[in-house]
Write a protein that binds this ligand. Structure first.
Ligand code: SGN
Ligand code: CA
Length: 531
């Protein structure tokens, strides 16, 4: 039975009655703690528990441990595949047009209640560490230790109530520092109260800078190319061919791929390529820089000498990109392991729900891309693992359609708090038993708005059910691109790589009409104001 507790009241402990010697003894059931671990741009393709080729070559034993002890979600999605919008969905349980955060920059409607505020009002100790990124102060937290903007990998700046509003540089690697601060919160907390801790990592965000201890890891591994690596976007709307997120054209050799030696010798059309890289290097201590150069310099010199062109060059770029990315993941996995070890030592594993996810998915070369934004699977889908002892069967899997607007209602539900009426997300708790309730949602709504912007992905919205996906790209002509008003329809069962746009195919007319009707329904019911 759900307890409805109003703001301002403290969490009432639940009680279990245990039969004992013929009588009944009252045993206190402690309210559950919640840890939400969220990485930035982590693809499900690089978590070995998901079984993809990359994950097999670069294993993630600690994330796999979470999956082995909890539930792996195979159909978890975001509403808007971008950082701040995703974080706003998490905090509010609302779609982007309802919480205000449609694009990467300013937008969040701070009058909307964050779930952290509700938990706090009900007696939870709340804390966020790492990437906050939203253009408002952390809201609803007893403590916070957050990065400046997107944050930096090396010696990043953090702000906390103790720093009087200043961002202060801390020496070390972001993933480890964020874990340190998570553990600090746990150490200092009042053990008499439940907690909700958000651990938001910077990694593995662009420009994918590994920790010094992992600079050589996987160097001799040849990572496989995705089937769609050479996709040329036949049958699609123009949005797929007019984006700027291709490994060949848009991934820079200096900033993204760390070929420092090319700074002086090559003309660089993208100023950020050199400036951004110099800024990354300038952050390092002399020792960190020396370790870095000792690893990358000889490889870079060999690369320059080989003078690769065309497909060979693209393949070299892909290998360097993936290696740096999975090196960042290695640190994430280690640090999740360190946090789990701490929880174990402190006897917190049994009464803490642990969630692992990312703010969105990421392209690991699929369709020739890096970055995210599109409603195609690799960026729309996210990893999601939930460990909930006693409630979730270890090693279970869930294929129900779930979305990032569901976290806020889920965390309130776990705390025994009724979901406020205005929240559109749905608690995931009914899925934890292993069965999908009959009335579970059959469709998901997606909407991406950040155009014109870096990577130039056109605005689009769409719906997906367990098998089909309908996408509508829209937008007027502007100084950069032609007008677009174009649809795509995919059958994910017969075409999981989304290569064959079936929109307008008479054989799929019924499916198309059904999905269009659902899309129209979402737009009307959720009061979507542009499409
Ligand atoms: C930066 C990155 C982009 C990335 C956005 C959004 N460029 O602008 O590649 O798409 O962040 O990422 S960089 O040159 O600054 O690295 S998000 O994860 O925050 O949404
Ligand atoms: Ca992100």
């Amino acid at each position: 039975m759900k307890r409805l507790i109003y703001p301002g009241t403290l969490l009432a402990p639940a009680f279990l009655f245990v039969a004992c010697g013929g009588g009944q003894e009252k045993v206190e059931e402690k309210p559950l703690n919640i840890i939400h671990i969220m990485t930035d741009d982590h693809s499900y393709q690089t978590i070995s528990a998901y079984g993809h080729a990359l994950g097999k070559l670069a294993p993630t034993p600690n994330l796999d441990r979470l999956a082995a002890e909890g539930m792996l979600f195979r159909q978890a999605f975001v509403e808007n595949s971008l950082s701040t919008p995703s974080r706003a969905c998490l905090m509010t349980g609302l779609y982007s047009h309802q919480n205000g955060q449609r694009q990467l920059g300013a937008g969040i409607d701070t009058t909307k209640t964050f779930f952290s505020e509700i938990l706090r009002a009900h007696g939870y100790q709340t804390c966020v560490v790492g990437k906050w990124h939203m253009q408002c102060e952390p809201k609803g937290f007893d403590s916070y230790h957050v990065l400046w903007d997107q944050g930096d990998y090396y010696n990043p700046e953090f702000k906390s109530p103790e720093t009087n509003g200043e961002y202060v540089r801390e020496e070390g690697y972001a993933t480890s520092l964020i874990t340190d601060h998570a553990i600090e919160f746990l150490e200092k907390r009042d053990p008499g109260k439940p907690f909700c801790l958000l651990v938001h990592h910077k990694a593995p965000h662009r420009n994918w800078m590994p920790d010094t201890r992992y600079l050589d890891l996987y160097e001799d591994v040849d990572f496989p190319y995705p089937d769609t690596f050479n996709d040329r976007y036949a049958t699609r709307c123009a949005a797929a061919s007019t984006q700027e997120m291709r490994i060949d054209d848009d991934m820079t050799l200096v900033y993204d791929l760390k070929v420092d030696e090319l700074k002086q010798t090559k003309p660089h059309d993208n100023e950020w390529n050199v400036e951004g890289w110099d800024a990354s290097l300038a952050r390092m201590t002399p020792e960190q820089r020396e370790t870095w150069m000792n690893s990358y310099k000889p490889r870079n010199e060999r690369f320059i000498q080989s003078d690769l062109k065309g497909e060979d060059l693209v393949r070299w770029k892909y290998q360097r990109y993936i290696k740096d990315y999975v090196r960042c993941i290695k640190s994430i996995d280690d640090e999740v392991g360190r946090l789990l070890d701490y929880l174990e030592r402190e006897d917190l594993m049994d009464n803490t729900v642990i969630v692992y996810t990312s703010d969105q998915g990421f392209y690991m070369g699929e369709h020739g891309w890096f970055d995210k934004r599109f409603m195609y699977e690799e960026s729309f889908r996210t990893p999601l693992i939930i460990r909930y002892p006693g409630k979730i069967k270890p090693g279970s899997e869930c294929t129900a359609l779930v979305q990032n607007i569901d976290y806020a209602p889920t965390y309130l539900d776990i705390a025994g708090i009724e979901k406020p009426d205005y929240m559109v997300g749905t608690s995931l708790v009914p899925l934890f038993g292993g069965e999908t309730p009959k009335d579970w949602r059959e469709y998901l709504y997606y909407h991406y708005y950040d155009y014109p912007a870096i990577h130039m992905v056109r605005r689009h919205d769409g719906v997906r059910d367990s098998r089909y996906k309908l996408i509508h790209f829209y937008g007027d002509k502007d100084q950069y691109r032609e007008a677009i008003d174009c649809n795509e329809l995919y059958d994910l069962r017969t075409d999981p790589n989304e290569l064959h746009n079936l929109y307008g195919d008479p054989e799929y007319a019924e499916v198309q009409d059904r999905l269009q009707a659902q899309l129209d329904k979402f737009r009307a019911e959720q009061k979507v104001d542009e499409y």
